[in-house]
Design a protein around this ligand. Structure first.
Ligand code: FEO
Length: 402
């Protein structure tokens, strides 16, 4: 035991005992430029309870933080709110060290954990509304299927009104600060929006239902303790109102032009499209995929109303980075977008056509004809690209006014 890692108090008898991953730069395809945390929480009541665990390589750090408060062997209950490996990978070794009398997860979570690990132990499946008595406190379970996996659930600690929300309201941000109110708001905004865009965006209808359910319950949540990033203990509206806005995906006058280029022809067109969009009143972001990650592109799209995508043709296909972005974006299901396709080619010209097909599959409302120029854009091609941008901006303006 190094005694380097200590628990951090969150509230009376509640401790953060997670791990900080300063090195993580990729989270299943999402660029995590500021690392992340895997949050686990310890409740010291008559039944000492551990909420979630950490990614497998970080178990020793978590156990050491627990040991700074209690002997891990005194933990009675382990609750798994989410069985994805970043929270459950450390479970087998944790159970060896802890040997709890009860392990609780949602019914789906119990099955998923058994499929992940050969635990040789019973996991009790709980359902919406079930209550676990810890002593002075209770844990009330709330099913949050698909937020983020089918197994996901929240645990609400009463009477403290402390919500353990697993992935929801989290962000990938390694920091020495444990509370959101200790961190720079611009960093919080950047990382919370990136997390929502890359993890929760396709689940937006469920997010809206969940927010409505919480509102209807009349329960004033005092603290939100997610499984990644800082804990929210002040001004919870800051994050809740952002979730409502991101989940609604109302179109705005922001237009995102995503492209890659081989010999700068598609880039020249992208710049002309951007000029046309701006002339039509749009706020424009150009995203060159040669230097911007797919997860940054989708984050820009979170508060946008238009997506215009450009690709060269290479070997009768879209450029690989453009195909990568479109595949990623399709899975994240952004809604209420209008858009257009453009590109450049030498002889066969499939690039822009394939972009259009992908945008159609994403249910983007397409505006204007697909523009593809042969080899290097001439003045007439650049003028057409500008006109395409103006056409998209005009439709965007109508949609935002409607
Ligand atoms: Fe942080 Fe869905 O795992």
């Amino acid at each position: 035991m190094t005694e380097a890692f200590k628990a951090v108090p969150l509230a009376d008898d509640v401790w953060w005992v997670g791990a900080i991953d300063w090195s993580l730069r990729d989270f299943h395809g999402y660029s995590t430029n500021r690392g992340t945390t895997y949050n686990a929480y310890l409740i010291v009541d008559e039944k000492i309870t551990l909420i979630d665990t950490v990614k497998a390589p970080f178990v020793d750090e978590m156990l050491e933080r627990i040991r700074s408060v209690v002997d891990p062997k005194t933990i009675d209950v382990v609750v798994s709110n989410h069985s994805e490996m970043d929270h459950s990978g450390g479970l087998p070794r944790t159970l060896e060290a802890v040997d709890p009398t009860g392990i609780f997860a949602s019914a789906v979570g119990a099955k998923t954990l058994q499929k992940h690990f050969d635990l040789g132990r019973e996991i009790t499946g709980v359902k919406e509304g079930d209550v676990l008595h810890l002593g002075k406190r209770t844990l009330q379970f709330v099913e949050t299927k698909m937020l983020h996996w089918p197994d996901s659930m929240f645990s609400m600690m009463m009477p403290d009104r402390l919500l353990f929300s697993q992935d929801a309201f989290g962000m990938h941000l390694a920091s020495s600060e444990r509370f959101a109110d200790e961190l720079d708001q611009a960093v919080l905004d950047e990382e919370a929006s990136k997390y929502y865009a890359n993890i929760l965006l396709p689940l937006s209808p469920l997010v809206l239902k969940l927010l409505e359910k919480v509102k209807a319950s009349g329960l004033e949540i005092a603290t939100i303790a997610p499984d990644h990033g800082p804990v929210w203990r002040k001004d919870l509206d800051w994050i809740v109102t952002r979730y409502a806005k991101w989940a609604e995906q109302r179109p705005t006058m922001k237009a995102v032009v995503v492209f890659d280029t081989m010999w700068h022809s598609t880039e020249m067109l992208a710049r002309a499209v951007g000029e046309g969009l701006a002339a039509g009143g749009a706020r424009v972001k150009l995203i060159p995929l040669a230097t911007r990650h797919r997860s940054d592109a989708i984050t820009e799209l979170l508060d946008a109303g238009a997506l215009v995508v450009g690709s060269p043709t290479m070997n009768n296909q879209m450029f690989p980075t453009v195909a990568d972005f479109l595949t990623y974006a399709k899975g994240l299901k952004p809604k209420n977008l209008i858009g257009a396709a453009f590109g450049s080619h030498g002889w066969s010209g499939e690039g822009a056509k394939h972009v259009r097909r992908e945008l159609e599959e994403m249910k983007v409302e397409l505006v204007g004809e697909t523009l593809s120029c042969n080899y290097v854009p001439k003045d007439v091609d650049l003028a057409a690209a500008r006109t395409l941008g103006e056409t998209v901006a005009a439709r965007l303006k109508e949609k935002c006014a409607g």
